[in-house]
Design a protein around this ligand. Structure first.
Ligand SMILES: [Zn+2]
Length: 420
């Protein structure tokens, strides 16, 4: 009986800590290979990788072929102990035109929030960050692929991306921190791109100088992408994507660049902490643009709030729980964490001073870059710097902007006058 039990031990499956992902894509044949350096979780006999709709043809662990199990978009791979090990996977992938993988018609890969598995074997949990090597082969003749060969600091699994098309690179300058910036455009959109990025070397330099060094290499910039009627961008560092409609927006270029500090650099541990990514990014990009004489984003944020404050779209910025919501369908996927989040910092800056808030954000970034933390950790970092007599007014701001379901009644007055 004991012997029989020993023979039928059920596997213990866990999500791996993926340290590094070396990914190669053959676009013509829709084939890929992934060489993942992983740490299995304590006690696991198998690690589970997300594989979306990939078709797996070969799996090796530390150079030896292994038998694997596939179920519901997951690939379970046997582990060899708890040491770091290399999982090699050969596979083919499908095309997706609806922003959940490789979309050849638009010429862009897009995997936010958790569609990495349609492009490469991955762990989309925000907790997990990986560094990446990327290689693209089989790019159609005459077309240019724009992607980083390396993502040199840990980033969430939605970060690696590529575009393919009639792209031209135009260098726009080097920041005071030493980062070379370029823009990549398609025929007809260079003028709009240069207009929208005319302050980017300065704002990027402000972010480096004020909050800490950029960690995703020494070359970065904005890539024009085809999103049809969609407006915005995607923080695919170091070459983030900007939709055609947003090319002239200083706000959008600065915002996607600033995600290198929050969202991509300092990761948020739970989707409920989305404000740590979007609110902090919206605040520091507002800071950057005001410092270099750009547009005042805080009045823009108030105008955005005019659209949802007092409507059913207004929700709590910082809901309870951790990874209990589906960000793609939850009401939190809205302008709320961006705008109420940015205005929270703005209102705290009105209370304790812009420079002190910058210093707290800088220390927090430098202490946590490359890791996943909670918004509550940021609040505790602010609390730790407050004088006793400042605490009550700070907690009132936490309540008004982050916890309450409804916007503060005086939101426009509170947020629209930054630095006053
Ligand atoms: Zn953002």
């Amino acid at each position: 009986m004991l012997l029989l039990l020993a023979c039928t031990t059920t596997p213990v499956v866990g999500n791996p800590d993926i340290l590094h992902s070396a990914l190669s894509f053959q676009l013509e044949k829709l084939e890929g290979t992934a060489e993942l350096s992983v740490l299995p979780p304590e006690g696991a006999t198998e690690v589970s990788l997300e594989i979306g709709d990939l078709e797996i043809s070969e799996v090796q662990v530390n150079g030896t072929d292994v038998a694997t199990e596939q179920k519901a978009g997951k690939l379970n791979v046997p582990t060899e102990g708890t040491e770091e090990q290399t999982i090699f996977i050969r596979y083919s992938f499908s095309t997706h035109e609806n922003y959940i993988g490789w979309g050849p018609t638009r010429g862009e890969s897009f995997t936010w929030p958790y569609y990495c598995g349609n492009l490469f074997p991955c762990n989309s949990e925000l907790e997990d960050g990986s560094t990446y090597d990327l290689e693209l082969r089989g790019v159609p003749g005459q077309q240019v692929a724009v992607y980083p060969q390396k993502i040199s600091a840990e980033a969430p699994a939605y970060t690696p991306a590529f575009v393919v098309g009639d792209y031209t690179e135009t260098p726009i300058g080097t920041t005071t921190g030493g980062t070379r910036l370029s823009v990549w455009t398609r025929p007809g959109d260079l003028e709009a791109m240069l207009d929208g990025t005319s302050l980017l070397v300065q704002t990027f330099g402000f972010l480096e100088k004020t909050y800490g060094p950029y960690t995703f290499g020494d070359h970065a910039g904005s890539v024009s992408v085809e999103w049809g009627e969609e407006y915005g961008g995607m923080e695919n560092h170091p070459y983030w994507h900007i939709s055609g409609w947003a090319l002239r927006s200083q706000e959008v270029h600065t915002h996607e660049a600033a995600h290198a500090w929050f969202g991509t650099g300092v990761r948020f541990a739970c989707w409920e902490d989305f404000v740590l990514s979007e609110g902090t990014t919206s605040y520091i990009s507002g800071r950057a643009l005001e410092e270099v004489g750009g547009p005042n984003l805080f009045t823009t944020y108030v105008a955005e709030m005019d659209l949802f404050c007092g409507t059913e779209e207004d929700v709590s910025t910082l809901p309870n729980g951790c990874n209990e919501i589906d960000i793609a369908t939850d009401p939190l996927w809205s302008m709320v964490p961006y705008m109420k989040g940015a205005c929270f910092y703005e209102d705290v800056a009105d209370q304790i001073g812009v420079d002190r808030v910058d210093e707290i954000i800088a220390t927090f970034y430098q202490n946590h870059v490359g890791t996943a933390v909670r918004m509550e950790d940021m609040l505790d970092a602010i609390r730790a710097e407050l004088k006793t007599e400042e605490k009550a007014a700070f907690e009132e701001r936490v309540q008004l902007w982050l916890l309450n379901e409804k916007c503060p009644t005086d939101y426009a007055e509170r947020c629209g006058k930054h630095g006053n």
